[in-house]
Design a protein around this ligand. Structure first.
Ligand code: 26Q
Length: 819
C-alpha cells in the first residue's frame, strides 16, 4: 500500500544531520570546520547510498521470497544525470535534507551543484533507459539494468571561434560515491581463440580472458521502499593473465597485438544514430553482454536450482536497440555448449526470454558487423549465428514462402556482398528480430513504419511480433524535481493527498484542464514560467555572458546535432528574421531568444559546420545594436542532463522539427510540453501523439508528412528549384556561402551549403516556408497572452500519456508478461 509511510521518510532532519557529520568525519576524514559544499555533497551522498544499499538488500530478499519474474534491461547507455537530488526526492527526504543542511549552515541547492553529471550515454536512447529505471523501481517491478561503467563518458564540449572542441570527460576523477564494487559477483569472459570439436561437442579454446567487475548503483523509486540495481561492468585484466610470459620477462611483448583488458570499458562511443564499426566497440558489446548473461544465470540458479524448465518464466531480457544483440548467440552458446540443451530447445528458450526495441529507421544507423570480424573475436558465436540463420531460412522462411530463394536472400541474417570481393555482413537487427518474441518501435508512427517499411516480411511471417510502446519520461525528474514551483501550483490546485497523486499517476494532471481559461490560474502559471526564465537568464549570463530578457519568447532546440533533426532549418529562419529586422528595425514583433544546446559526433563534418554557423550568426546578431535586442541567439556549450533540467522549465517554444519519418520518437518534446512550452513541430515521432493529446489548436504543426516526403522523393526533388523560387531563403543561403560570417575562413560553411543545395536529403528547403509561417502564428499567439497561457496550460494538463510509468506498464503487460 503506497499511501503508507515508507522507511526513509521516518528520517528526520536531526538524524540526517548526525549521519552527515558521521560520514564527514569517519568516511571522509574531514573536520566540520573545513567542510565546504563539495564535502557536504559527498557526505550526504554517502548517507543516501547507505539508505539505498539497505533498501536494495530488502528489495532483493522480498523478490527472492516471492520468486518473481525479473526483467533485465540491457543497454550500452544509461544517461542518469545527477543522482543526489533525485534520490532525496524519491526517498521522500528532500525537505528533511534541506533542513539538516541549513542547521549545519549550508544551502542544499549549492551542495547539489557540486555533483558531476555522469554522462554515460549519448542522448535519447540512454536517457530513456534512465527514465525506465526510475519507473521500474517506482512501480515495484523486479528489475536490473545492465551496462558499462565507462571511465570516460560523453566528451565535454567547448567552443573556440564558434567551433566545437572536445575534451575527455573523466567524470570519476571527482569522487563518485554512488557505485559500490561487488567483487563477489565478478565474471571472467573469453574473446578470440578458436573452436574445436571434442567428443561431438564444440570447445572454444586458446582464448584471451578479461575480468568484469560489477559496480552497483542503487536506483530508488518514488514513494516506495523498492530500490533496484543498475549493475555497470568495468573491465580489468584477468588475474594471472599470461603469467608464464611475465615470468620469462616477456610481459610487455606478449601483450602487443592483443587487447588491453582495461581499454574495453574506457570510453563511450560518441556516435548517435550512426554506428562506429570498430573492433573495440564489438568487444564492449560482447563484454557487458557476457558478464550480464552469466550474472543473471547465476542468480537464476541460486534461486531456482539447476533446472532450466522455469528459466523463461523467471527471466525477461530487453535489448535496448541492437547494441546488445550478441546476447542471443551468447545465451544459445551457454545453453548448448555448457548446459547440453539441443539447438531447437535453446532457440525457443531465447525467443521466450528476449525482446528487442528498435530506435531508428535511418538506414545508416542499422548495425551491421563484418562476418570476418565476428569470426575473429567470437568464433563460436559466428557459428551459432549461422546455425540460427540456417534454421530460420530453411525451416521458417521456407514454410512461409516455399522455394523462394530471393526471399531467403532478402531475409538472411547474413547480407551477401553486392560486389565480388565485398564482405559478408551480419545484420544485427535481423538477428534480434529472429531471436525475440516481441519487437517494438518507440512511438505509434515509428512502429507503423517498422512494420511497413523496415521489417514488412517479418511482419507477414509473425503478425503479432511487431508492436508499439510509445516512449515516456519520468515526471519525478522532469516536472517535480526540475520545476518545483509548477509542481506546487499543481498540488495546490488539484490536491496532493492519497487520492490525488499525479507524481505516480500522471493522467490526473487532466484535472488542470478545467483551469486553462481561469485568469487567476493563468496568472500563477505565467508567473512561474517568468521566474524560471529569470533563473535561466542568470545561467545564460554566467555561461555565455549574454543578456536575455525574461519577457522575450524563449524558443529552444536542445538535442544531439544531426541533419535529420534540422537545426539548420532553425538557423536559416533566424538568419531571415535578422534580415527582416535590418530591413525594418521598427517591426512590431516581440523580443525573441533562440536557444540551442547540442553536441555533434566528433567525426560528423556537416553537424560540426552547423554548430560553427549558429555560433557565428549568434555573435553577429547579439552584437548588432540596430535590432534593439529584438533578437538574441544563445548556444549553450556542453549541453547535458543538468542543463536540460534548467532550460526546459524556462522554455516557451519547443522546436521538434525533424524531417517526417526520421525521428523515431523524441522524448525532449514530452518534457517541454509537460512544463508548459508550446511545440512547433512536424508530424514525426511522438509529436503525432502529442498533437492528439493536446489537440490541433494547441500545437504548431507544419511541414511535409511521411507520405508527402515519400511522394516528393518519388517525383524527384531538386533543392535548387526551391532555392530559386524563394527570395528570402535564397538570400540567407547566399549569405552563408559568402564567407561574410567567417572572413578568416570564407569556405567554412561550404559543407552545409553543399549539403543543402546538392541534394538536400533532409528536405530542409522544402519545409522552409511552412516553418516560417508556423513561426508567424507563434508570434500572433504570443501577442494574445490569455490565449498563449491557455494553450500552455492545456499542454501541461494533457501529458498524462507520456509518463514512463505508462510506457513501463505497456512493456510489462504486452512484452514481459509481468503485470
Ligand atoms: C551504435 C554502434 C556503434 C556506436 C554507436 C552506436 C549508437 C549509439 C547510440 C547508435 C545509436 C545511438 C543512439 C540512438 C538514439 O538515441 N536514438 C533515439 O532514441 C530515442 C529513444 O527511443 C528516440 O526518442 C529518438 O527518436 C531516437 O533518435
Amino acid at each position: 500500500n503506497k499511501t503508507e509511510q515508507y522507511a526513509a521518510t521516518t528520517l528526520d532532519a536531526d538524524r540526517l544531520a548526525q549521519s552527515i557529520k558521521r560520514h564527514l568525519q569517519q568516511s571522509l576524514g574531514v573536520d566540520l570546520e573545513e567542510a565546504g559544499p563539495a564535502e557536504y555533497w559527498e557526505a550526504l551522498s554517502l548517507v543516501v547510498r547507505e539508505l539505498g544499499l539497505d533498501l536494495i538488500r530488502k528489495t532483493r530478499h522480498k523478490e527472492r521470497d516471492e520468486k518473481a519474474r525479473r526483467v533485465y534491461y540491457l543497454s550500452l547507455e544509461f544517461l542518469v544525470g545527477r543522482l543526489l537530488g533525485n534520490n532525496l526526492h524519491n526517498l521522500g527526504i528532500y525537505k528533511q535534507a534541506e533542513e539538516a543542511m541549513a542547521n549545519l549552515g549550508v544551502n542544499l541547492t549549492d551542495v547539489l551543484e557540486h555533483e558531476t553529471d555522469p554522462a554515460l550515454g549519448n542522448g535519447g536512447l540512454g536517457r530513456l533507459a534512465a527514465c525506465f529505471m526510475d519507473s521500474l523501481a517506482t512501480l515495484d517491478l523486479p528489475a536490473f539494468g545492465y551496462g558499462i561503467n565507462y571511465r570516460f563518458g560523453l566528451f565535454k564540449q567547448d567552443f573556440a571561434g564558434g567551433k566545437q572542441v572536445e575534451s575527455p570527460d573523466g567524470w570519476r576523477e571527482e569522487s563518485c560515491p554512488w557505485g559500490i564494487e561487488r567483487p563477489k559477483r565478478k565474471q571472467l569472459i573469453k574473446l578470440y581463440g578458436r573452436v574445436s570439436e571434442r567428443a561431438g561437442k564444440a570447445v572454444w579454446e586458446d582464448t584471451q580472458e578479461i575480468l568484469g567487475m560489477p559496480w552497483d548503483v542503487p536506483v530508488t523509486g518514488y514513494g516506495t521502499d523498492t530500490v533496484n540495481t543498475l549493475r555497470l561492468w568495468e573491465s580489468r585484466a584477468a588475474e594471472g593473465f599470461d603469467l608464464s610470459s611475465f615470468d620469462e620477462g616477456r610481459y610487455q611483448e606478449s601483450r602487443s597485438g592483443e587487447i588491453q583488458a582495461e581499454n574495453v570499458s574506457q570510453v563511450l562511443y560518441p556516435n548517435d544514430n550512426h554506428p562506429a564499426g570498430k573492433e573495440l566497440r564489438l568487444i564492449q558489446q560482447y563484454f557487458f553482454v557476457a558478464c550480464s548473461i552469466a550474472d543473471l544465470i547465476a542468480r537464476y540458479k541460486r534461486e531456482n536450482g539447476d533446472n532450466w524448465d522455469d528459466f523463461a518464466e523467471k527471466v525477461a531480457i530487453q535489448l535496448n536497440d541492437t547494441h546488445p544483440a550478441i546476447a542471443v548467440p551468447e545465451l544459445m552458446r551457454i545453453l548448448m555448449d555448457e548446459e547440453d540443451i539441443v539447438f531447437s530447445k535453446a532457440l525457443s528458450i531465447c525467443r521466450e526470454v528476449f525482446s528487442y526495441t528498435n530506435h531508428t529507421l535511418l538506414p545508416e544507423a542499422l548495425e551491421k558487423w563484418p562476418q570476418n570480424l565476428i569470426t575473429k573475436v567470437l568464433p563460436r558465436h559466428m557459428q551459432i549465428i549461422h546455425m540460427i540463420n540456417y534454421h530460420f531460412l530453411h525451416t521458417e522462411v521456407e514454410a512461409q514462402w516455399p522455394g523462394d530463394n530471393n526471399m531467403k536472400r532478402r531475409l538472411s541474417i547474413i547480407e551477401e556482398p553486392e560486389r565480388p570481393g565485398g564482405q559478408q555482413m551480419v545484420r544485427m537487427a535481423y538477428l534480434s528480430v529472429v531471436g525475440s518474441h516481441k519487437v517494438n518501435g518507440v512511438a505509434a508512427l515509428h512502429s507503423g513504419l517498422v512494420k511497413t517499411t523496415l521489417f514488412p516480411e517479418f511482419n507477414e511471417m509473425w503478425p503479432d511480433k511487431l508492436v508499439n510502446v510509445t516512449n515516456g519520461v519520468t515526471p519525478r525528474r522532469w516536472l517535480d524535481y526540475c520545476n518545483p514551483e509548477l509542481a506546487k501550483l499543481i498540488d495546490d490546485t488539484i490536491g496532493n493527498d492519497g487520492k490525488v497523486d499525479w507524481r505516480r499517476n500522471l493522467s490526473q494532471l487532466d484535472a488542470i484542464n478545467a483551469y486553462a481559461d481561469d485568469p487567476a490560474f493563468q496568472k500563477k502559471f505565467a508567473a512561474i514560467k517568468h521566474d524560471n526564465k529569470i533563473r535561466f537568464a542568470a545561467v545564460v549570463k554566467e555561461l555565455c555572458n549574454i543578456d536575455i530578457s525574461p519577457d522575450a519568447i524563449f524558443d529552444v532546440q536542445i538535442k544531439r546535432l544531426h541533419e535529420y533533426k534540422r537545426q539548420q532549418l532553425n538557423l536559416l529562419h533566424i538568419m531571415a528574421l535578422y534580415r527582416r529586422l535590418l530591413d525594418n528595425p521598427d517591426l512590431d514583433v516581440p523580443q525573441r531568444v533562440f536557444i540551442f544546446g547540442a553536441k555533434a559526433a566528433p567525426g560528423y563534418k556537416v553537424a560540426k559546420t552547423i554548430i560553427h554557423a549558429i555560433n557565428r550568426v549568434a555573435e553577429r546578431v547579439n552584437n548588432d545594436r540596430r535590432i534593439k535586442d529584438k533578437l538574441k541567439v544563445v548556444f549553450l556549450p556542453n549541453y547535458r542532463i543538468t542543463l536540460a533540467e534548467k532550460i526546459i522549465p524556462a522554455a516557451d517554444v519547443s522546436e521538434q522539427i525533424s524531417t517526417a519519418g526520421f525521428e523515431a520518437s523524441g522524448t525532449g518534446n514530452m518534457k517541454f510540453a509537460l512544463n508548459g512550452a508550446l511545440t512547433v513541430g512536424t508530424l514525426d515521432g511522438a509529436n503525432v501523439e502529442i498533437a492528439e493529446e493536446v489537440g490541433d489548436d494547441n500545437i504548431f504543426i507544419y511541414g511535409l508528412t511521411v507520405d508527402e516526403v515519400a511522394e516528393l522523393r518519388h517525383r524527384g526533388y531538386n533543392p535548387k528549384d526551391v532555392y530559386n523560387s524563394n527570395a528570402e531563403l535564397k538570400a540567407v543561403i547566399d549569405w552563408l556561402a559568402s564567407g561574410d560570417l567567417c572572413p578568416e575562413e570564407p569556405d567554412a560553411f561550404r559543407p552545409l551549403v553543399d549539403s543543402l543545395l546538392g541534394g538536400d536529403y533532409f528536405l530542409t528547403l522544402v519545409d522552409y516556408q511552412a516553418y516560417s509561417d508556423a513561426h508567424d502564428k507563434i508570434v500572433a499567439t504570443w501577442k494574445k497572452p490569455e490565449l498563449w497561457w491557455k494553450k500552455a496550460i492545456i499542454n501541461t494538463a494533457s501529458m498524462g500519456k507520456f509518463s514512463s510509468d505508462r510506457s513501463i506498464m505497456d512493456y510489462a503487460k504486452t512484452i514481459w508478461n509481468m503485470a
